[in-house]
Design a protein around this ligand. Structure first.
Ligand SMILES: CC(C)(COP(=O)(O)OP(=O)(O)OC[C@H]1O[C@@H](n2cnc3c(N)ncnc32)[C@H](O)[C@@H]1OP(=O)(O)O)[C@@H](O)C(=O)NCCC(=O)NCCS
Length: 261
């Protein structure tokens, strides 16, 4: 590829001529990966551009490079950054990372109190989301807005989602909770403030033994950030279990019970 400058910016109505290219690429990429996605129409992509709720990447020569958009759900309590797609000719150069960062900032500007979430089967997206501060969550922590879940109807795995009573599917749910982040920042600030008085860190017990002899482990939140191997294994495990159960008895007919997430 010859040297080209890539610009990542908020999309405008001037970008609507890219909409067919974008939706065609979304569809062919999903087919190539053999995974499901919620289908998007060019009209919908155009709407997002007109609303200023999309981020586009283009070259200085006007070639389309990438795209992503914002959707608000549950009376704007939740925001999803959806439809991430990068032109195959420009993959592996950090474009998705830049787009996701910009759309995340735009989401925080437009909906500062909303929880930001995403559903994905992609390891790259999990990696990027982790770096932005998202955490893996159960589906029950996502929006219950029916309109959002209707988007899954066009996905090839919709029967699995239905069979699992919307509690699980091949996608992994990830969430950025601004309130939790604020709390974490406050706690860190307090700890930093208190630090000069205690130059030597006091070792915290990781478990204790009660008078009855029971052992209690200190509850520690599992940190997924950077633990990509874990994500990889998790995705493989999910595919194995959910697709196996679909094959064995149809998504709804499996006798086996699996408790994931
Ligand atoms: C997934 C996709 C958006 C990644 O775009 P990209 O511009 O190549 O990604 P980036 O170069 O920004 O990579 C971001 C990170 O993910 C990693 N990554 C990229 N593709 C990956 C893959 N297929 N598997 C594992 N990791 C991957 C990169 O190594 C990078 O990590 P690093 O910062 O530690 O090096 C692109 O491949 C695509 O459009 N795929 C089809 C559509 C799709 O899957 N969309 C996501 C739906 S949820």
């Amino acid at each position: 590829m010859e040297n080209q400058h890539i610009i990542v910016r908020v999309a405008t109505p001037d970008d609507i001529h890219y909409s067919n290219t974008i939706t065609d690429e979304m569809e062919s990429s999903a087919k190539a990966r053999g995974t499901g996605i919620a289908k998007r129409s060019p009209d919908y992509v155009e709407l997002k551009m007109r609303e200023g709720k999309a981020v586009i990447a283009v070259t200085d020569k006007g070639d389309w490079v990438g795209f992503c958009y914002i959707e608000a759900w549950g009376h704007e309590k939740f925001v999803a950054n959806s439809g991430l797609i990068v032109n195959p000719a420009f993959r592996g150069h950090g474009v998705a990372k830049s787009i996701k960062k910009r759309i995340f900032e735009l989401s925080r500007e437009k909906y500062p109190d909303a929880k930001i979430f995403g559903l994905t089967t992609g390891l790259a997206v999990m990696k990027i989301n982790s770096e932005l501060g998202y955490e893996p969550v159960t589906y029950s922590e996502l929006t219950d807005d029916e309109e959002f879940w209707k988007g899954c109807r066009s996905c090839v795995n919709f029967d699995i989602l239905t069979a699992k009573n919307r509690k699980n599917c091949l996608c992994t749910a990830m969430l950025y909770n601004p309130l939790e982040k604020l709390k974490e920042a406050e706690e860190k600030a307090m700890a930093d403030k208190a630090a000069p008085a205690q130059p030597d860190p006091v070792p915290q017990p990781q478990f204790s033994v009660s008078a009855s002899g029971h052992m209690h482990h200190a509850r520690r939140r599992r940190r997924f950030k950077g633990n990509i191997k874990l994500y990889e294994r998790w995705l493989r495990f999910k595919r194995f279990v959910l697709l196996k159960s679909k094959k064995e008895g149809g998504a709804t007919g499996s006798k086996k019970k699996f408790f994931l997430f």
